[in-house]
Design a protein around this ligand. Structure first.
Ligand code: NAD
Length: 359
C-alpha cells in the first residue's frame, strides 16, 4: 500500500521523537511491504522562525493533501512572549480546525511492566487500566463567545458554552462506534445537574445510543468521574466528554498509567483523515539531549496505521514490539528505575524497530 503522510516534526523534543517513530514506520514498511511517502510541513515555533506565522497556508495545504498527519509537539519558551495570535499553540488549534478534526481520541493503557510507575495502589489497578477518552475538540466553552466588560459590579470576564445537537451527535457516534470495537460500554460525562448544555448533551447521547443497542450507556457527573478514575479506573471503557471536561479528565487518565511519555492520541474528523500525536508537549527542558521517551509518538504512528489506513496487523505489530521492549527491561530516563536498562530516545526507537522486524 502507498501511504502519503505529512510529518510535523515540531519544536523541542519533537524532531527526536518523530525520528524514532519514522524508524519504526520504516521497519513496518519493510516487513509488510508498504511504501510510506513523507512531506514535512512546518508548524508552531519552527514555522514562526521560518515564515513569521505559526500556521503558514502551505502547511494547511500539505496536511489536507496527505492521507494522514503525524506530529511531534510544538511550543517552547523561545516563543512564549509573542502575542496570542502568533504563538505556537495557535498553530496547533488552527490546524485541527482547518482539518475539521472534531474528535480527540486518547487511549490510556497500563502496561503490566509499568504497574509500579502508576501513582495508584496495587489493589486499585489490579484489574488494569484500558480506557479511551473521546473528547469533543472544536466546540464548547473553548470556542464560545468570550470577553471582559465593565459593569456596576466592576470588571468581569465571561466565557460561553454552546453545543448544538449536531455537534453532540457526531462526537457521540464516534464514541459508540469505538465502543463497538472494544468492551461495548460508553460512559458519557456531563454536569447535567447544573448546566443546560449538559442536559442537551445527555438527551442527545441517549438518542444516538438507540442506534447501538449492544452498547451499555451510563451518564456520570464530571466531579464524580474525577473521583471514580482514581478509585476504580477499570470500570471505564469509552469515556465520552465535552471539550473542557475531556481536556481535564484525559490528563488525569494519562497520569494514572504512569508516564505521559507513553500515551498517544488521534484527532479525527469525517472519514479517515486524521492527525496523530503524543499527548505530551515539546519538553523544552530535555530537548536536544536524546533522553526523551519516543513511545507515545511511536504508538501515535501505530494508531495512524489502523485509523487512517486500515492496517490493523501493522498497528498490532508496533504495539507488540513496544510491549516486548518494555518487558525486556529497556527504559528511557522518565520511566527508569533501578534494575532496568537505561536507553536514549534514539536507542529506544531502534530497539522497537528491531522488534517489529523480528516479530
Ligand atoms: P510537557 O509535556 O512538554 O512537559 C512536562 C514534563 O514532562 C517535562 O518535565 C518534560 O520533560 C516531561 N516530558 C514530556 N514529554 C516527555 C517525553 N516524551 N519523555 C520524557 N519526558 C517528557 O509540558 P509543558 O512543559 O507544560 O509544555 C512545554 C511546551 O509544550 C509548551 O510550550 C506547551 O505549550 C507545549 N505543548 C505542546 C503540546 C502539543 O504540541 N500538542 C501539548 C502540550 C504542551
Amino acid at each position: 500500500m502507498k501511504c502519503n503522510i505529512a510529518v510535523i516534526r515540531g519544536d523541542g523534543i519533537g524532531p527526536e521523537i518523530t525520528d524514532a517513530a519514522l524508524s519504526c514506520l520504516y521497519a513496518v514498511g519493510v516487513k509488510f511491504k508498504h511504501e510510506f511517502n513523507y512531506t514535512f510541513p512546518l508548524l508552531g515555533g519552527e514555522a514562526i522562525d521560518a515564515t513569521g506565522v505559526p500556521l503558514p497556508p502551505e502547511t494547511i495545504e500539505m496536511c489536507n493533501k496527505a492521507d494522514a498527519v503525524l506530529m511531534g509537539s510544538v511550543g517552547g519558551p523561545k516563543w512564549d512572549k509573542l502575542p496570542g495570535h502568533l504563538r505556537p499553540e495557535k498553530g496547533l488549534l488552527g490546524i485541527r480546525s482547518a482539518m475539521g478534526l472534531y474528535a480527540n481520541i486518547r487511549p490510556a493503557f497500563l502496561y503490566d511492566s509499568m504497574k509500579n510507575a502508576s501513582p495508584l495502589k496495587n489493589e486499585v489497578i489490579k484489574n488494569g487500566i484500558d480506557l479511551v477518552v473521546v473528547r469533543e475538540l472544536i466546540g464548547g466553552i473553548y470556542f464560545g463567545e468570550r470577553g471582559q466588560r465593565r459593569t456596576e459590579r466592576g470588571q468581569e470576564a465571561y466565557d460561553t458554552e454552546i453545543y448544538s445537537v449536531a455537534e453532540v451527535e457526531r462526537i457521540a457516534k464516534t464514541a459508540f462506534e469505538l465502543a463497538m470495537t472494544r468492551r461495548k460500554k460508553v460512559t458519557s460525562i456531563d454536569k447535567a445537574n447544573v448546566l443546560e448544555t449538559s442536559r442537551l448533551w445527555r438527551a442527545t447521547v441517549d438518542f444516538v445510543a438507540k442506534n447501538y443497542p449492544e452498547v451499555t450507556v451510563e451518564h456520570m457527573l464530571v466531579d464524580n468521574c474525577a473521583m471514580q478514575l482514581v478509585k476504580n479506573p477499570s470500570q471505564f471503557d469509552v469515556m465520552l466528554c465535552p471539550n473542557m471536561f475531556g481536556d481535564i479528565l484525559s490528563d488525569e487518565a494519562a497520569m494514572i498509567t504512569g508516564s505521559i511519555g507513553l500515551l498517544p492520541s488521534s484527532s479525527l474528523g469525517v472519514g479517515t483523515h486524521g492527525l496523530y500525536e503524543p499527548i505530551h508537549g515539546s519538553a523544552p527542558d530535555i530537548a536536544g539531549t536524546d533522553t526523551a521517551n519516543p513511545i507515545a509518538t511511536i504508538l501515535a504512528a501505530a494508531m495512524m496505521l489502523s485509523s487512517s489506513f486500515g492496517l490493523n496487523n501493522e498497528t498490532l505489530a508496533i504495539q507488540n514490539a513496544v510491549n516486548k521492549t518494555l518487558n525486556a527491561g529497556y527504559r528511557t530516563a522518565d520511566i527508569h528505575s533501578s534494575g532496568f536498562k537505561k536507553v536514549s530516545c534514539s536507542k529506544m526507537g531502534e530497539l522497537i524497530a528491531m522488534e517489529i522486524l523480528q516479530g
